[in-house]
Design a protein around this ligand. Structure first.
Ligand code: FBP
Length: 548
């Protein structure tokens, strides 16, 4: 593989490790645990893996005799910087336990386990991928591992390869499924441990136990760099308003973290929109007010950050989408028979008054996306809606109205951007390189401890890496019951932006000032070499959450 100069240099980087994992390790058992809520229901669904104790790994003076062990690894879902280091950490960890241990990688996500597609990860392969971004070492996929047939099929190959433990690197859903798999293997007496690792750039797999998911740090630093560059361009030419949509399927952690890093003029937080029951027009008006205010000072430029999931958090849009899904499911044929130029009017006539008014107020392109682009289940593909264009267009329309009565006196030239994929496979920051390697090494310790149904956990993340605390959290501890596809299911609680939390409070305390003045910060690119305050800083979200 041809390598860039930086990649060559980074391959020699030795991730910093928690001191406890440097030599021989012993396990300290914590108290028995219980799920965050719905204890009886979760316990009855996980009779073999519920209530397990939390584990902490501590340095030990006694080396333990161990036998070789084989492990398997799966990358599940969207890419996140640092995945390769988790795998390198597992590899080094099991080799440290015994040099004859082997690691197998299942290809293209959970599908690889079910279809028996795998490779053995040798030291040569692992060395090629240390400290690199991407998931290309074995590929990733979104197949959900949730059927008994899949579990049984997987067990065949695990037995064939004499794999004692399977590590699933994924987000909340993949880790939920990992817990179900752990319970199933335990219940049938299959000798395979299942361990999870918290991954996702979205930052929504976090709780009392998991301080952050890996990848969030790097992805947000990449977006913040580019937004900072745009802000400097914007402040130089002073003629454009940039509407920037940021990835993050549902929660607004990415948008909030970027706002904390770059101080834009406006940042929308979906969770606040929902909590305040705001309409799309409220959101548009709030942006237009900032544009109009800045125009009074001749500042016809600025930045607006928009979370990818916004549309589904606007209560009125949610209601409109639900009615559209329902209506089109029952009247698909009738709708298709209408000439395309008349379809908009047809829908306006058929919807209930409130939804019809909202639908009529939407730009044609968005209205079309809402009725035409549907997923295989017939649902609107919300992620395809170009919210940044929608808002830019609606703000433009409002400002044109305000211009007529003198409420807006400036110029409004919007440009739109979407940042998502460019951050998901970036070379991991030192934080993610260290954190991921530690998560992998911790997963190896959990394998050696013989436990199942645990998630690898590394805590105390705003302290220097040496002081990080490695351990294992029973996955059932993070679960509650939620309605999914009409059925109550045990799932890991997804963390949305906490409107009472410190990161949001900091943003809320400063946004009025950032809206009015040009307070832009230009973070610049991720730094890998230099003093710790430049290279090893955790995200602002994590720092604020931990009172730093
Ligand atoms: P995960 O939750 O699987 O980590 O994926 C996160 C994400 O990057 C979201 O931010 C985004 O909405 C989605 O994946 C995009 O999915 P895809 O890669 O399938 O286009």
């Amino acid at each position: 593989m041809a390598k860039s100069a930086l990649q060559e240099a980074r391959s020699k980087y030795a991730p910093k490790l928690p001191a406890a994992l440097e030599g021989a390790v012993k396990v300290r058992l914590g108290e028995a645990t219980k799920s965050v809520s719905d204890q009886d229901a979760i316990q009855s669904l996980f009779p073999n893996t519920y209530g397990l104790p939390k584990l902490t790994f501590e340095a030990s003076s006694e080396a333990v005799e161990a036998k070789p062990l084989n492990a398997g690894v799966i990358l599940s879902g969207g890419q996140a910087p640092g995945g390769h280091n988790v795998i390198a950490g597992i590899f080094d960890g099991i080799k440290k336990i015994h040099p004859d241990s082997r690691l197998y990688g299942f290809l293209m996500g959970p599908d690889g386990l079910v279809k028996h597609n795998y490779i053995e990860l040798t030291s040569q392969i692992i060395d090629e991928y240390r400290n690199t971004g991407g998931f290309d070492i074995i590929g990733s996929g979104r197949t959900k591992l949730e059927e008994k047939e899949q579990f049984d099929k997987g067990l065949e190959v695990l037995k064939k390869l004499d794999i004692r433990a399977l590590v699933i690197i994924g987000g909340d859903d993949s880790n939920t499924n990992a817990a179900v798999l752990a319970e199933y293997y335990k219940a049938i007496g299959a000798p395979v441990q299942v361990i999870g690792c918290p991954k996702t750039i979205d930052g929504d797999l976090k709780n009392e136990q998991i301080e952050t998911s890996f990848g969030f740090d790097t992805a947000t630093k990449v977006y913040a760099e580019v937004i900072g560059n745009i802000q400097r361009d914007c402040n130089s030419a002073r003629k454009y308003w940039h509407f920037i949509k940021l990835m993050g399927r549902s929660a607004s952690h990415i948008a909030l973290e970027c706002a904390l890093q770059v101080r834009p003029n406006v940042a929308i937080i979906s969770e606040e929109v929902e909590a305040k029951n705001l309409t799309l027009d409220d959101v548009v008006t709030s942006i237009a007010e900032v544009v109009a205010e800045r125009a009074k000072n001749g500042e016809n430029f600025g930045t607006v950050l928009i979370p990818e999931g916004l549309i589904e958090f606007v209560p009125a849009m949610k209601a409109l989408i639900a009615e559209l899904n329902d209506f089109l499911a029952h009247h698909e044929g009738e709708f298709r028979a209408v000439a395309s130029e008349d379809q908009r009017a047809f829908i306006i006539e058929k919807l209930s008054k409130a939804n019809s008014d909202l639908y009529a107020s939407l730009p044609t392109t968005v209205a079309r996306q809402l009725t035409l682009d549907r997923d295989p289940h017939g649902n609107v593909q919300v992620s395809l809606i170009e919210t940044e264009k929608l808002l830019a267009e609606m703000v433009g329309t409002k400002l044109a109205e305000w211009k007529k009565d003198g409420r807006f006196v400036g110029k409004f030239a919007p440009l739109t951007h979407f940042f998502g994929y460019e951050g998901r496979c970036a070379m991991p920051s030192n934080f993610d390189a260290d954190y991921c390697y530690a998560l992998g090494r911790t997963a190896a310790c959990l394998i050696a401890a013989g436990v199942t149904g645990y998630m690898s956990s590394v805590q105390n993340l705003t302290a220097p890496a040496k002081e990080w605390i490695a351990g294992g959290i029973p996955t059932t501890m993070m679960m509650n019951m939620e309605r999914r596809h009409g059925e109550m299911k045990p799932v890991i609680q997804k963390a949305l932006v906490d409107l009472n939390g410190k990161p949001f409070a900091f943003f809320a305390a400063h946004r009025a000032e950032w809206a009015k003045t040009t307070s832009f910060i230009y973070p610049g690119p991720i730094q890998f070499y230099g003093p710790a305050e430049l290279c090893d800083q955790p995200s602002r979200t994590l720092a604020l959450e931990q009172g730093k």
